[in-house]
Design a protein around this ligand. Structure first.
Ligand SMILES: CC(C)CCNC(=O)Cn1cc(-c2ccc3c(-c4nc5ccccc5[nH]4)n[nH]c3c2)cn1
Length: 212
């Protein structure tokens, strides 16, 4: 593939390493989310191996509730990721617009997440950074786990501190060994947030959240 195979549409999002655009593959007319990452930025953050790991992880995953990475390619200055387009955008914005979800809707999303996490864990992939901003909704309203920015291929214990404070499992807060169970903790936090509109340990001060 090359960038010449795609018509680039509107800007739809921005991550640490790059911008995401709506795009259409010219021959098939298939609509995708095209993520453009500048190699200079990868050099600056020395993240080439991180990106390679993410690509290997996500390209190996194929589940209805995990956002697909269809392909990737690069030119002299950029790496391009051809990602599944989720037409209804961020679940987070949907949650904020409704303040909280009904029990039925929350249960549907938790069931989808549980299935996706069980699938990832069977393949020894721990996501470690599941939060509403990383959850997208496709045209049918189906939940898709998107960012694998912190995922690791691991069936051993991990020590790296990562993830957003509100969704962090205690063993990660205390920098103890952690394994796939950290994603299950996050599922409980998200279930609470889907039903109440805010995560259970949210506080003005991050230290208070740590204590709670
Ligand atoms: C290195 C690689 C394997 C990691 C793969 N994962 C990512 O790059 C994580 N990522 C996904 C995205 C992303 C962001 C937004 C969208 C969207 C989307 N659809 C929208 C509809 C309305 C408003 C905003 C929307 N964003 N669809 N697919 C996306 C995909 C950005 N980063």
């Amino acid at each position: 593939w090359s960038i010449a195979d795609f018509d680039i549409g509107k800007f739809i999002g921005e991550g640490k390493f790059g911008k995401v655009y709506l795009a259409r593959e010219k021959k098939s007319g298939y609509v995708v989310a095209l993520k453009v990452i500048f190699k200079a930025k990868l050099d600056k953050y020395r993240s080439h191996s991180h990106l390679r790991r993410e690509i290997e992880i996500q390209h190996g995953l194929n589940h209805p509730n995990v956002l697909r990475l269809f392909a990737w390619f690069h030119d002299e200055t950029r790496v391009f990721l051809v990602l599944e387009f989720a037409a209804r955008g961020e679940l987070y914005k949907f949650l904020k617009s409704l303040h909280h979800f009904s029990e039925k809707r929350a249960a549907t999303y938790v069931a989808s997440l549980a299935g996706a996490l069980a699938y990832c864990h069977e393949k020894h992939v721990i996501h470690r950074d599941i939060k509403p901003e990383n959850l997208l909704l496709d045209i049918e309203g189906r939940l898709k786990i998107a960012d694998f920015g912190w995922a690791v291929q691991s069936n051993t214990k991990r020590h790296t501190m990562c993830g957003t404070i509100d969704y962090l499992a205690p063993e990660m807060v205390e920098k103890k060994e952690h394994d796939y169970a950290v994603d299950n903790w996050t599922l409980g936090i998200l279930c609470y947030e889907f039903l109440y509109g805010v995560p259970p340990f949210e506080a003005e001060d991050e230290y208070v959240t740590f204590r709670r």
